[in-house]
Design a protein around this ligand. Sequence first.
Ligand code: HEM
Length: 126
Amino acid sequence: MVSDAEIYARIGEDGFARLVAAFYAQVPPDDILGPMYPADDLAGAELRLRDFLVGRFGGPPRYEESRGHPRLRMRHHPYKLDQGARDRWVQLMDRALDQAALPGDVTLFLREFFHGTATFLINSRA
Ligand code: HEM
């Protein structure tokens, strides 16, 4: 069994960097997610997600140092996050996980984490 804290030791900065880059490469052309993300600060958005994941999974706490407590539901409040947006986000992240080619058990663990967290963030029925 993989544990949260051990993932950073397994895949390092490089693993998270490749995963998040593969996710964000798909965002701008996406009809649902593209318009939601800041076109003039995609690099910043990429950095925020990467630093969050690094800290969440046992690496340096850069996200909390620069942004404070994650409060993910509150931070997603400005966006209409319905089932369709959730499913699309998960679809892009699943594809990014395939492309990043991390070890199988880590991929499985992160996939479940993303699916569950994305469901938890739904804030709109339609
Ligand atoms: C469910 C579908 C989701 C949608 C549509 C969505 C959308 C967004 C958008 C538009 C932003 C603003 C980009 C920026 O400027 O940083 C954002 C920020 C962020 N998202 Fe999501 N997100 C989703 C799920 C998730 C999940 C599952 C996670 C964690 C695993 C996550 C973690 C974050 C983080 C850490 C930020 C930066 C917050 C900040 O510091 O301001 N998001 N998201």
